[in-house]
Design a protein around this ligand. Structure first.
Ligand code: G4P
Length: 290
């Protein structure tokens, strides 16, 4: 793409100070952190400060929306996190797949703590897990699924800010929703694009054609066969604008003068990607620097 086309997107700056303070305040009261990320973009769908914010609390990563991701890539991420000492599980909050292993995962991650409780005769003390994640990764869907539609427990314990949302799952487990909003790394262009491809950030503030061209570049590199399965034979030597134009033409999106309506083609491509019509696609894979 020509430099002139690489229009950078203007993002709202993340206002993190308040959330940072709230998390710090709550940290001594929780036993572990469950971080929800989008399995298709596990890097971009994270808050860049999360590792630092949760200090050394046991950490579980929930690779959500795995129904839309490339399952082989999700498995690679699970293995990768294991090498980092983090337990990750793939979940799908639309169907509920994978959720049944959440409680056992929490217990196994906190096995030492449970043992210590048992030794002290503190049986029945619930484990407290804080659920964190940037907007749109499916945090509410996850909590609703796990809590089974149960009502949030209003809490006012010492040290706990009023308004924190605690959910009693059962006698052994309580969940706390993110106190505040955790933003992604908006200032990073790739992060912004990946969030926009998946629909986590609305297109209204973006140039749709430019976005579709960038998506085509990514898909041509990682999933050319899926693109051809969907749109027929393509010429990957074309630049992304011409490729978008070719796809539009194949779909009959021709306007007066024989030109392709590339804006329509762009909207179609983004929509078909988001609805998994092109396939189950992960845009971020494990690399050495992940
Ligand atoms: P948040 O609390 O982290 O902001 O996210 P939320 O649960 O509101 O989920 C954001 C969107 O992602 C919702 O779709 C939700 O249905 C969808 N979603 C959550 N988990 C999954 C999943 O595992 N798989 C799939 N395919 N989708 C998931 P929406 O279009 O905003 O709303 P709606 O379709 O539920 O009405």
């Amino acid at each position: 793409m020509a430099d002139s086309q690489k229009q950078s997107v203007q993002w709202f700056p993340g206002h993190m100070a308040k959330t940072r303070r709230k998390i710090k305040e709550i940290l001594p009261l929780i036993d572990a952190v469950a971080e929800v990320v989008d399995a298709r973009i596990p890097l971009s769908s994270r808050n860049p400060e999360i590792k630092e914010l949760i200090e050394n609390k046991p950490h579980i990563i929930l690779l959500n929306k795995c129904d839309m991701a490339d399952s082989a890539v999700t498995e690679e991420w699970i293995k990768f996190y294991k090498t980092q000492g983090i337990t990750a599980i793939g979940i799908d909050c639309k169907s509920g797949k994978g959720l049944s292993s959440f409680k056992t995962t929490v217990k196994s991650v906190l096995a030492d703590k449970l043992e210590a409780y048992a030794k002290k005769g503190m049986v029945g003390k619930p484990l407290r897990v804080m659920v964190v994640g940037i907007p749109n990764v499916g945090k509410s869907s996850f909590i609703n699924r796990i809590a089974g539609g149960g009502k949030a427990k209003v809490e006012n314990r010492p040290g706990v800010t009023r308004g924190n949302q605690w959910f009693t799952i059962d006698k052994q487990l309580e969940l706390l929703d993110t106190p505040g909003v955790l933003w992604p790394k908006f200032e990073d262009q790739t992060v912004g694009e990946h969030l926009a491809f998946t629909g986590a950030v609305k297109d209204r503030i973006l140039d749709v054609e430019l976005l579709a061209m960038r998506l085509l570049e990514c898909l041509s590199e990682s999933y050319p066969e899926l693109l051809e399965n969907r749109y027929g034979e393509l010429d990957f030597t074309l630049d992304s604008y011409d490729l978008l134009s070719l796809i539009g033409k194949k779909r009959g999106m021709v306007i007066r003068g024989g030109e392709t309506d590339t804006e329509r083609a762009a909207n179609m491509l983004l929509e078909e990607y988001r609805n998994c019509k092109i396939g189950f696609i992960s845009l971020e894979r494990v690399k050495n620097n992940a």
